[in-house]
Design a protein around this ligand. Structure first.
Ligand code: 6GU
Length: 268
């Protein structure tokens, strides 16, 4: 089982870190089949123009629909093969019989559904993902209509702040997704005892020395961790997770206290 990833961007070099570390190794081992496409290759003018001014006025530039449509159609035309066998699981069935596979398209943007560990698991289970990296004020809305008629489309946000484009978001999302693909992380146990896998943040960890001389200040490891009492250690760690979550992410403990936009809707 492997996952195919296609990324369309005007900055292919931004995705160079995907050659490194865990993801690079997964690619070399054939667990991840990553293809980066330059949006400008799908323009037809001398200046390779990808943007233009917004109808109705306003600040900034909007990405033109035509290069995006051609780029996404090019990605769609790629065969999905895993170990030389056409993947049947993500193959769309048509009236003529068995159709061709389509990716699930992820469009990174601050107006999307929140990215989460749960969504990372969902996407890691797909055979094929495509990412459309927007820049400027975003894509012409008709790109979404074109895409949605051909494949499932999800706009996804990393959080409530604004990046200049989707590339850095794709780096983060691909890292979160690829490490969940079976075989990519050697010790699968290390995936379950993590922040956000069960709704609590992780407990603090320590290694040798048991007492660290920090240039005159002695910093000991919590003594319970040296006790050899595994039951007491498990209890201490769980308590640490609760305290840490309450301090840093109270929203995880009290999901109804989200406030913000819904309260604004009510006029509260
Ligand atoms: Cl996914 N994209 C952009 N451009 N900005 C963001 C984001 C994504 N998530 C938060 N801000």
């Amino acid at each position: 089982m492997s996952i195919r990833l296609d990324v369309v961007t005007i900055f292919p070099d931004y995705l160079a870190p995907l050659d490194l570390s865990l993801i690079g190794k997964a690619r070399r081992e054939g667990l991840v089949d990553l293809h980066v496409h330059d949006l400008r290759d799908f323009t037809h003018d001398r200046h390779r123009t990808v943007d233009d001014t917004p109808f109705g006025g306003g600040a900034g530039m909007v990405m033109k629909p035509q290069p995006w449509a051609e780029a996404l159609d090019h990605v769609l035309a790629q065969p999905l093969v895993s170990g030389n066998v056409v993947d049947m699981a993500s193959t769309r069935r048509t009236q003529e019989g068995v159709g061709h596979a389509v990716p699930r398209l992820i469009v990174p943007g601050p107006g999307g559904v929140p990215f989460s560990q749960a969504l990372a698991h969902e996407l890691a289970a797909e055979a094929w993902l495509a990412f459309a990296c927007g820049r400027y004020e975003g894509l012409d809305e008709r790109v979404y209509e074109h895409a949605a008629e051909r494949m499932p489309v999800t706009v996804v946000s990393l959080g409530d702040y604004v990046l200049n484009g989707g590339e850095v978001a794709v780096l983060a999302m691909v890292e979160a997704i690829v490490r969940l693909v079976p075989g990519v992380v050697g010790n699968a146990e290390s995936l379950v005892e993590e922040s956000h896998e069960d709704g609590l943040l992780e407990y603090p960890v320590y290694t040798k020395p048991a007492v660290w001389d920090d240039r005159g200040t002695e910093r000991p490891v919590p003594p319970i961790l040296l006790s050899g009492n595994h039951c007491a250690i498990a209890q201490w760690r769980h308590q640490q997770r609760l305290e840490r979550t309450a301090a840093r992410r109270p929203d995880l403990l009290h999901p109804s206290a989200t406030g913000g936009a819904l309260a604004a809707l009510d006029g509260r």
